[in-house]
Design a protein around this ligand. Structure first.
Ligand SMILES: Cc1cc2nc3c(=O)[nH]c(=O)nc-3n(C[C@H](O)[C@H](O)[C@H](O)COP(=O)(O)OP(=O)(O)OC[C@H]3O[C@@H](n4cnc5c(N)ncnc54)[C@H](O)[C@@H]3O)c2cc1C
Length: 299
């Protein structure tokens, strides 16, 4: 790939040899040859046009809070949307660009006395990543609050997908099934609420998360989706896997559906542990747990 040509595009910062351990919440994985941080939506579109034209592999990442990279070199271009993070709150409507931090948007909504995004105050993703995953908690998710999303289509047109088009289901969305679409901006519609009540709910949930989740270690949140009418954590715990380790990857003692990096876990340590847990649960319960996290750059 021609780095000089990429820099000549002037779409934003181009960084070489980036450690994925610094770009994922697992703090693990190999090196990415090139990362670009487009300055704004227009620069992102220009960059995608260029990469598609040249047939260069690329991947968008948000905060890397749902990703497990292999320890191999990623030869494509990773595109982080950190700079595409403008947002505005008007009355009960929030327009937020894809790179906005979901936590920031959720706390700003609470400050504005808006209710509906309390569920998101423990989810360390971006708006784009949260819509792609239909991130959620406490029986709510992005599908309840997102009214429309501005996307870049595979044909490189800017278009609008409405809530019904986005096909939101439990940790699933249209974007996940159509990986060639890019979320550029979302419109979130909330309701007016009582600021104190909203902040109390957020504080209560934060307390609960701190008590039940291993937030003092790097992880990528829940490893497996909950099977219907059950909890992946319960099944893993019943297999006596809490504390089980491969290298520096460990099934959390606090929450069995979290795998934590207790030191210098490699991507392979985490990957092997995920597959081991999955096979042990299958052996005991004949339940095939679905992995919620995404493996990137594995054979
Ligand atoms: C401590 C912790 C707690 C968590 N708790 C929860 C929880 O309660 N509920 C929950 O649902 N999740 C939770 N997660 C998981 C994670 O935060 C979510 O899945 C989040 O939505 C991922 O967002 P991200 O920006 O980090 O996306 P990434 O992990 O960077 O990417 C995820 C996918 O989204 C795609 N993507 C990102 N941006 C775009 C875009 N603009 N357009 C198209 N595709 C895009 C990427 O290509 C990738 O395929 C938790 C994670 C951690 C570390």
């Amino acid at each position: 790939m021609n780095i000089k040509e990429l820099r000549k595009l002037k779409v934003g910062k181009v960084i070489e040899n980036v450690c994925m351990s610094k770009n994922t919440t697992y703090r693990a994985g190999g090196i990415c040859k090139l990362m670009v941080l487009p300055r704004n939506k227009e620069c992102l579109i220009k960059l995608i046009k260029y990469l598609k034209n040249k047939n260069i592999e690329y991947k968008i990442i948000g905060n890397g809070s749902n990703l497990l990279f292999s320890d191999n070199i990623y030869n494509g271009v990773l595109i982080r949307l950190d700079k595409i993070d403008n947002y505005k709150i008007e009355d009960t409507i929030i327009k937020a660009e894809a790179g906005c931090d979901l936590l920031t948007i959720a706390y700003k909504s609470a400050d504005a006395g808006l209710t509906g995004l309390e569920f998101a105050t423990g989810i360390p993703g971006t708006i784009g990543g949260a819509i792609y995953m239909n991130a959620g908690a406490y029986k709510s998710d992005m599908g309840y609050v997102v009214s429309e999303v501005e996307v870049l289509t595979p044909e490189l047109e800017v278009s609008t997908l409405y809530n019904k088009d986005l096909d939101f289901h439990y940790r699933s969305s249209f974007l996940q099934k159509n990986k060639d679409y890019i979320c550029l901006e979302a419109t979130i519609v909330l309701k007016k609420g009582n600021k104190k009540v909203i902040k109390d709910i957020i504080a209560e949930r934060r307390k609960k998360r701190l008590m039940t989740q291993p937030l003092n270690f790097p992880s990528a949140g829940s490893v497996f989706r909950n099977p219907p009418d059950d909890f992946a954590g319960r099944l893993i715990e019943e297999c006596n896997l809490k504390g089980y380790k491969i290298g520096d990857a460990m099934v959390s003692e606090k929450h069995a559906n979290f795998i934590v990096n207790i030191g210098k876990a490699t991507g392979k340590d985490i990957h092997d542990l995920i597959l081991y847990v999955k096979s042990e649960v299958y052996k005991k319960f004949k339940i095939d747990l679905l992995i919620e996290q995404e493996f990137v750059n594995w054979e």
